[in-house]
Structures are given as C-alpha cells and as structure tokens.
Design a protein around this ligand. Structure first.
Ligand SMILES: Nc1ncnc2c1ncn2[C@@H]1O[C@H](COP(=O)(O)OP(=O)(O)O)[C@@H](O)[C@H]1O
Ligand SMILES: [Mg+2]
Length: 320
C-alpha cells in the first residue's frame, strides 16, 4: 500500500481548520456529545449507546450481551410505490461476526442497509439494537447508536488530510484559554488518527496526506478506520470493493477481518463471492426481497451460494 503513496503534502494552515469545521457542521449535531467528553477526549461509542439505551444489565462495559444480537431486524417490509423491495426480512448480527449479504441486482440489499442505517424507514417491521426496539428517523440517529455505514463513494473529503477526515465532526479543541476561540488541537488529532489506523493495522504512510491522493483501497481503509475510531457498534459496508482492483479488494478483505477480530461485527455486501465465502462467518441470501438462505461458508460451497442467488436452489427445492 505504502508504495502507492504520493509524497505527503504539507499540512495546511488555518484554512484547513475552517474547511474541517464547515464540513463537520453537516454531521456534527448530536455527534459531539457522543464522541467527546468534557476534556475533549474521544470516548468509545459504547458510551453513546449506553447513555441513550441504558447500559445492558448483563453486558457490562463491553456492551456486547452474549446471545443478544448487536443489531437485528424482524419482518421488515419496504415498498417503493408498486415495487415491493423487502417482503418480511429477518436478520441478526452478533458481536464479532462478519455477515455477508448477497443477492442479485434489485434483490433489496441496499434497501435493507439503508433501513439499518436510518436513511430509509420501513413500511412495517422492527429494528433492535442490543435487544432494544428502536426507530430511526434519520441516519444521524442510527450513527448515534453506533451504526456506521461505509458506502462505495466513501464520503471522504478529498481535499482534507487523512487525520482531518477521521476527525470530521468530532474535532478536538485545544485545552486552556484558547479553547474558547474554538482552536483545534491538530497535533492531538493527527496523533490520535495515527493510533486509530494503527489499531486497525491500516497502513497509510502519513496521516497528513490528502485523502484525495490516496488509492481507492487506502480511502476505503480510512472510511473503515473512521468508523472504528468512532467506536462503532456495527459497520455496514455496501459494495465497498466494487470499484477496486483485485489487490485492493484483498486489502479491504484483510481490513474486514481485522475489524471483526476487534469484536465489531460487519455486514458486508459484495458481488465478490469467493471473497464473501472466505471472509464471512455467515452468508444471508436475499432473493426478490426475501431471505431465502442463511449459510455457513464452512458448510457450503460458493456454487451453493450462487444457486440461492439465482433462485435455482429455490426452484429445485420447490419441485423436490
Ligand atoms: N428509491 C427508490 N425508488 C424506487 N424504487 C427503488 C428505490 N430504491 C430501490 N428501489 C427498487 O427496490 C428494489 C431493490 O433495490 P435495491 O435495494 O437497490 O437492490 P440491491 O441493492 O440488492 O441491488 C429494486 O427493484 C429497486 O429498483
Ligand atoms: Mg445495492
């Protein structure tokens, strides 16, 4: 990865701080409270979850209650006019799990992710976070509960540095008297961003590089790193590797594994079935808005996944 780096551009001056603030304003509301304590220290997202949902009685600090899914949906339906995109979908994601969500184009994968991430409201059905029923009226509300989504377009600001991207919306103010002027503690943010990336074994030569100069795989890594840095409960990835080359896809794969190894579950949508088969603990197949299969790659070959995606397995079962 490092070999693809361009020379690290100089950090920008106050202009950048202004840019960060402007970009941050879009998603700051509500985020700050969850992300920083009074001393300006980043705190894990579980605190945000705990404060809004109440700490799980048997889950303790780790927040992951054994047996209770981190996130679950029941009987979710969604239609767009006469198009029935989801027809009664049930799905559970447990701590540390990598769950693959696959299906043909139009099967309803993105609709389901958008419902989980608060971008769309279902017509019926329920969403549960740590066993508590929730409703989201915006993606901000989902993010407050630690549900981070990484889209294909990554939503990174290309003209900001890596560290600035990681801190978008949760800037650290300098301590002391200058704090009232809203001065940003750039050194602390750069150091913390470096530590965040280190934790996820994301290799970026310099956190002062502009995001726009990085390769697709590296930008993907930052988007995921940002989600991890925020202390996410669960990371939803909608076709994160679609625009990437083979090697970069493998890097994202490694990233998925290392994030899951930290206990943060991932819902991964991808058409790269060999990779899905290799990475996932479980593969859920959507077919015309319904879950038709819930497979364990250890027990199912790629061919079997394909036959559920195309509906062939369904036909075979019906005629049997
Ligand atoms: N905003 C929308 N308006 C109308 N139809 C939509 C909208 N979003 C998705 N659909 C339809 O819902 C179905 C599921 O789409 P989608 O969830 O994007 O599938 P996938 O991600 O599996 O390819 C498709 O028939 C699609 O055309
Ligand atoms: Mg889609």
């Amino acid at each position: 990865m490092a070999s693809e780096m361009m020379g690290p551009p100089e950090e920008k001056g106050p202009q950048e701080a202004g840019d960060i603030r402007a970009a941050a304003a879009r998603e700051r509301e509500g985020r700050e409270a969850a992300a920083t304590d009074g001393a300006g220290q980043a705190v894990p997202g579980c605190h945000a979850l705990a404060s809004s949902l109440g700490a799980p009685s048997d889950g303790g600090e780790s927040g992951v209650v054994k047996g209770t899914p981190v996130i679950a949906v029941q009987a979710i339906t969604k239609h767009f006019g006469s198009v029935q995109a989801l027809r009664g979908v049930d799905l559970e994601i447990h701590g540390g799990e990598v769950v693959g969500l696959v299906g043909d184009n139009g099967a309803g994968k993105s609709t389901l992710v958008n419902i989980l991430s608060g971008g769309l409201q279902p017509n019926s059905g329920s969403i549960f976070v740590q066993g508590r029923k929730v409703t989201f009226s915006s993606s901000l509300e989902a993010r407050r509960l630690g549900i981070e989504t990484v889209y294909q377009d990554l939503s990174l600001a290309p003209d900001l540095t890596v560290w600035a991207n990681i801190f978008l919306g949760r800037e650290l103010k300098v301590k002391g008297p200058l704090r009232v002027f809203g001065w940003l503690d750039r050194k602390a943010m750069a150091a913390s961003a470096e530590a965040d990336l280190e934790r996820t074994r994301i290799r970026i030569q310099s956190v002062s590089s502009l995001a726009g100069r990085l390769s697709g795989g590296q930008r993907q890594a930052i988007a995921v790193g940002r989600a991890v840095a925020w202390g996410s409960r669960v990371i939803l990835m909608d076709e994160p590797t679609a625009a990437l080359g083979v090697e970069q896809q493998e890097r994202v794969g490694e990233l998925v594994s290392s994030v899951a190894a930290h206990g943060v579950p991932i819902l991964l949508i991808s058409h790269n079935l060999p990779q899905i088969h290799r990475l996932c603990d479980r593969v859920v197949v959507l077919f015309r808005g319904q879950v038709v299969a819930n497979l364990r790659p250890a027990e199912s070959e790629v061919d079997e996944i394909v036959s559920w995606i195309t509906g062939a397995a369904l036909g075979a079962r019906r005629s049997a």
